[in-house]
Design a protein around this ligand. Structure first.
Ligand SMILES: *[C@@H]1O[C@H](CO)[C@@H](O)[C@H](O)[C@H]1NC(C)=O
Ligand SMILES: *[C@@H]1O[C@H](CO)[C@@H](O)[C@H](O)[C@H]1NC(C)=O
Ligand SMILES: *[C@@H]1O[C@H](CO)[C@@H](O)[C@H](O)[C@H]1NC(C)=O
Ligand SMILES: *[C@@H]1O[C@H](CO)[C@@H](O)[C@H](O)[C@H]1NC(C)=O
Ligand SMILES: *[C@@H]1O[C@H](CO)[C@@H](O)[C@H](O)[C@H]1NC(C)=O
Ligand SMILES: *[C@@H]1O[C@H](CO)[C@@H](O)[C@H](O)[C@H]1NC(C)=O
Length: 411
């Protein structure tokens, strides 16, 4: 009897070892790029299938499909016990280089969540950014990428996204090759669903504190780290506080100021300006610029003080919480698409707090609309009346008591 049970035990051990060997070889095969099917519990929507990585997409609203976490930031950014600020960006393939730039910059030492809008001609951008994420350690640490595409007429279910697995040696993926691959991708030519893109990027962010910005903005030195303690103090998901970040623009060829002292010198010399000062000043200028410089000079660490909501043309750049309201997705692109959120926040009784010291800068001074953006505007104007009615109905019924403190929403 004892002999038999010992044989059975040996046999079971043998089976166990064989299983380990089997799984180990499978892992190795997977690493080499040949595995059959294999999934990662952290990213349930990703599966390895032969030469491809398959990402399941989910229907988003009535018109879009989304795949979250097509790349995922591997960095934690929580060593100090604080919640990191996620930089929340949205883009088309036209801005692949800027996405890489934001991740490589030392100024954003924190997670970056990007939603990327693709269509047939630009879908190769997914493969490209996937490869950059695999090969560049900075991008690997910071970038979570989410893909959005518009459904075709009569399409009922969202199809998965396939990315070809790459066996390329990363040291051959150098700047020259990258630039060549980027230039091959033709950007989409259609109405960009800007508020869907903003919201997807927030929903996919790995932390609860969100700095929403345009992909071309260059941040002042050490922004994410300098703002971290302050953001943790103000943006806690309970107190309905928002941090407002000043933005500026410089000439295309000009040096980008790294801190408020350099900025001050450039502003005085008319080499830096408040954002869109020539084009849409009402939307962007925050009064008392000189006071802001004085306040920033006065202390070593960033702090903030309350300012008033300006008006329905105010396109404030905000740091906010995951639980705070999201942009209305039925809004037309380029018509009060961002201002509507700022107005809602005011009506929801949030308070606005201007941050000292830090800022961001746009390279190039905008003086007029491009022909493409005027075309978008012409198309989207047709949606103006119905989205205004829907928005006002929602706002007045949800926040009936705050009309006087925020004023009328003009669109
Ligand atoms: C993306 O990945 C993170 C980390 O694994 C996970 O917490 C999050 O739920 C994922 N997001 C979505 C929308 O699946
Ligand atoms: C990049 O790689 C290509 C091919 O491997 C090589 O021909 C080229 O010289 C490299 N460029 C740089 C700048 O290293
Ligand atoms: C500078 O700081 C000091 C002390 O902290 C304060 O009394 C003073 O009012 C501040 N000046 C400005 C311009 O904020
Ligand atoms: C808005 O917040 C203030 C405190 O900041 C409070 O006194 C006021 O009652 C709030 N108003 C509404 C309508 O909730
Ligand atoms: C925009 O269109 C006008 C004609 O309507 C043309 O003269 C101008 O050169 C175009 N601008 C650009 C940047 O293509
Ligand atoms: C919303 O409420 C304000 C003030 O109560 C009112 O003046 C405005 O006409 C309302 N707008 C709509 C669309 O109901």
């Amino acid at each position: 009897m004892r002999g038999i049970s010992r044989t059975i035990v040996h046999f079971l051990v043998f089976i166990q070892i064989m299983c380990c060997v089997y799984f180990a070889t499978n892992m190795i095969r997977h690493r080499q790029g040949y595995a059959i099917q294999y999934s990662d519990p952290d990213i349930p929507n990703r599966k390895y299938e032969g030469e491809f990585i398959k990402y399941d997409t989910k229907k988003y609203g009535s018109d879009f499909c989304v795949a979250y976490n097509v790349t995922r930031a591997t960095g934690e950014f929580r060593e100090d016990g604080l919640e990191p600020i996620s930089l929340v960006l949205h883009a088309t393939s036209h801005y692949m280089k800027e996405i890489e730039g934001q991740c490589s910059s030392r100024n954003w030492n924190g997670p970056i969540s990007v939603s990327l809008f693709v269509d047939r001609t630009s879908s190769e951008a997914v493969e490209y950014l996937h490869e950059v994420h695999r090969c560049s350690s900075k991008v690997n640490q910071k970038l979570s990428l989410h893909i959005v595409y518009r459904m075709s007429p009569f399409q009922k279910v969202c199809d998965p996204i396939f990315v070809k697995r790459s066996l390329r040696k990363c040291n051959t993926f150098n700047a020259t090759i990258r630039s060549r691959e980027r230039s091959r991708v033709i950007p989409p030519f259609q109405i960009y669903p800007i508020n869907v893109m903003r919201n997807v990027a927030r929903k996919g962010a790995l932390s609860s504190i969100h700095m929403t910005a345009d992909v071309e903005m260059v941040f002042s030195e050490g922004f994410a780290v300098k703002m971290k303690a302050l953001a943790n103090k103000y943006i806690n998901g309970k107190d309905k506080k928002l941090l407002v970040i000043r933005r500026f623009e410089v000439d295309n060829k000009a040096h980008v100021p790294v801190d408020h002292k350099e900025l001050f010198v450039m502003i005085k010399a008319f080499r830096a300006f408040e954002f869109h000062h020539k084009f849409f000043a009402a939307g962007h200028t925050i009064e008392s610029l000189w006071q802001w410089f004085r306040m920033s000079k006065n202390q070593t660490d960033a702090y903030a003080w309350q300012i008033d909501y300006k008006s329905s043309s105010w396109e404030a750049q905000l740091i906010m919480h995951r639980k705070d309201p999201y942009n209305p997705e039925y809004f037309p692109t380029r018509i009060r698409d961002q201002q509507s959120l700022v107005y809602e926040l005011c009506r929801a009784n949030y308070t606005f707090h201007l941050a000292s010291h830090v800022f961001n800068v746009h390279r190039g001074v905008k003086t007029q609309e491009t022909n493409l953006s005027s075309a978008v505007l012409t198309h989207q104007k047709r949606l103006r009346t119905r989205s205004y009615k829907r928005f006002m109905h929602y706002i007045n019924s949800t926040y009936p008591d705050t009309f006087d403190q925020c004023g009328k929403f003009v669109m």
